[in-house]
Ligand binder design. Structure first.
Ligand SMILES: Nc1ncnc2c1ncn2[C@@H]1O[C@H](COP(=O)(O)OP(=O)(O)O)[C@@H](O)[C@H]1O
Ligand SMILES: [Mg+2]
Length: 413
């Protein structure tokens, strides 16, 4: 119930909630706790719940930040918020203004909700807020800096914070939880995805069948697991000091995972692999860097020319990457080389399964080179680690092989 002016009274009913959502909502409304950690599995309903709380607060004239590790993580919340707004504006048009560009909603009596990415911690304005929701908290990369930037915004109104996330290994989110167990100011809630009655039947069972157990435990049971070996186990990996003779390989492919990020963020990676007659996948070479567009194009061109015509180049061709592939196809110097576009399908875990199964079967060998250590670190922490571009580049080569785009170069003699 709210009072928009002296003359109007509007009743807003919130959507139905599941039991765990109701529990947290009533804890929130009781005012007994200032901080909330919802350590909930994927698809358990944490964004839905927090969007209802954020909406309810703004409707009462409160100021709310909705913070995400990166902009792309805000799409569901923004959609959920707009759905809530529609319930009201159908009856009272214009009551709430949504600005798509800045992802900010303004409510009567100075309430607002603003969606902000904390990828750059400085973008957290220090304007006072009553509530900050931090969605997918565990994915935040520079947590200390984000917290320093956010703290001043919480002092004016003794702002409250709701952390909602699925765990990511034992990073700061784990410590946040551990540090506040038993703290009277903190409300801690743990929930497994299968407790969400609104999910289509079978969805979680399907995930249980698809993913490695440790990964399932983290993502769907919201357990804090040790990152190492979540997907690739150390004992599966084999190493060699030198490559076998060239004619051992039936195919040679270099897979490219491209990111246009000159300063920070993801890497561009080109991983060259060879498959021998026993189906063993050898990682023979790896180039990796954070580059702008011209440098990416130049690096692929130079690397491809160095690899020569025996090596097929597999380039992920979605979004920006498609433009890179098109640019390369127009280069006369590359006309004698095989450049294939690859269209990634499914999520990154599903895509990495063929590589993991090959590794488990002892059919994955990595050369000892200066790049080996970082590749191994990434493999062992995948998919929970900070980066997955090397794994992506490797899975791209397998996808290309599976799709039969590469002709066997020497298999026939
Ligand atoms: N209160 C609710 N009413 C109806 N469906 C819900 C509700 N809460 C969650 N769901 C369903 O569960 C799915 C996952 O919810 P979401 O909040 O996006 O999960 P999470 O943020 O935990 O991944 C939603 O797409 C929706 O189908
Ligand atoms: Mg969510």
């Amino acid at each position: 119930m709210m009072q928009t002016s002296k003359t109007r009274r509007i009743q807003v009913s919130l959507p139905k909630m599941h039991e765990r959502q109701r529990q947290v909502l009533s804890a929130y409304l009781s005012g007994k706790w200032r901080y909330f950690i919802l350590r909930w599995g994927r698809r358990s309903g944490k964004t839905k719940l927090a969007s209802m709380i954020a909406f309810g607060e703004a409707l009462q004239g409160k100021k709310v930040f909705w913070l995400v590790p990166e902009y792309k993580y805000s799409n569901t919340a923004w959609r959920d918020l707009k759905a809530l707004v529609r319930r009201l504006t159908e009856r009272v048009p214009g009551l709430i203004q949504s600005n798509e560009q800045d992802r900010i909603m303004t409510f009567p009596r100075d309430g607002w909700v603003q969606v902000l990415s904390v990828k750059n911690p400085d973008s957290v304005r220090s304007e006072g807020v009553h509530l900050a929701v931090i969605d997918e908290s565990a994915l935040i990369r520079r947590w200390e800096e984000v917290w320093q930037a956010l703290r001043p915004a919480l002092t004016d109104y003794r702002g409250r914070v709701i952390f909602i996330s699925t765990p990511k290994g034992k990073n700061f989110f784990y410590h946040l939880w551990k540090d506040h167990e038993g703290d009277p100011d903190w409300y801690l809630s743990h929930m497994r995805s299968e407790e969400n009655p609104f999910l289509p039947p079978g969805e979680i069972e399907e995930a249980r069948r698809t993913y490695p157990p440790l990964f399932f435990r983290q993502e769907f049971e919201a357990e804090f697991v040790d990152v190492e070996g979540a997907f690739f186990k150390r004992e599966w990996l084999r190493f060699a000091d030198a490559p076998p003779p060239e004619d051992t390989f039936t195919v040679l492919v270099r897979g490219w995972d491209i990111a246009i990020t000159p300063d920070e963020g993801d890497y561009t990676v080109g991983a060259k692999v060879g498959v021998d007659r026993e189906g063993v996948l050898w990682v023979l070479d790896l180039v990796r860097g954070r580059w702008d567009w011209p440098t990416v194009v130049r690096t692929i061109r130079e690397t491809a020319l160095r690899d020569g015509p025996q090596v097929s180049q597999a380039i992920e061709a979605v979004g920006v990457q498609k433009g890179i592939w098109q640019t390369l196809m127009r280069e006369p110097a590359l006309a004698g080389l095989a450049l294939y576009p690859v269209y990634p399908r499914g999520d990154k875990m599903a895509r990495a399964l063929p590589l993991a199964s090959r590794a488990q079967a002892g059919r994955f060998v990595i050369l000892q080179r200066p790049w080996t250590r970082e590749l191994v670190d990434e493999l062992l922490s995948f998919p929970l680690g900070e980066h997955d571009d090397q794994v992506d580049a490797l899975t791209t080569t397998l996808q290309m092989l599976a799709e039969g785009q590469v002709t066997t170069i020497r298999g026939i003699w």
